[in-house]
Ligand binder design. Structure first.
Ligand code: NI
Length: 145
């Protein structure tokens, strides 16, 4: 595994809409491993592919319950509302209040292409929304209250 450079605010790559990941191969597995290592190294709870310069629809999340890998994630349902502080590894040292759903259900594929759904509440719901936003070129600052 290897650490990847995290793209910082101001880089156009954070503003692009990512493309569907079609290949579930060794290259994807390597990048997902690198993303997890990079996220943990930076003390983050999530990292999306565009943040390491790859315009593809996948991300990793760990809110303290173990690593979650999401390839081609789609939000299927949301419930409730929460307002809390949010940060981003691409905006080091900055934080803002963002309104998110309290609960979200996401359908995604794993690194082998197998479909699954995950439901998250609270911080996990926030992280899911934040990372999926990255895949559409949206950063938390766009939603900051
Ligand atoms: Ni972020």
């Amino acid at each position: 595994m290897a650490l990847r450079n995290i793209v910082k605010n101001g880089d156009d790559i954070l503003r692009k809409v990512c493309r569907t990941q079609m290949n579930f191969d060794d290259r994807l597995a390597t990048i997902l491993d690198d993303m997890a290592e990079t996220m943990y190294n930076a003390d983050g709870v999530g990292l999306a592919a565009p943040q390491i310069g790859i315009l593809r629809r996948y991300c990793v999340i760990d809110v303290g319950e173990g690593i979650i890998e999401l390839v081609n994630p789609v939000i299927e349902a949301t419930e409730g509302e929460q307002e809390d502080q949010e940060g981003c590894l691409s905006f080091p040292g900055e934080y803002g209040i963002v309104r998110r759903p309290m609960k979200v259900t996401v359908r995604a594929q794993d690194r082998h292409g197998k479909s699954f759904t995950i439901t998250g509440e609270g911080l996990l719901a926030r992280a899911l929304c934040h990372e999926i936003d990255h895949l559409d070129g949206i950063v938390y600052k766009d939603r900051q209250l």
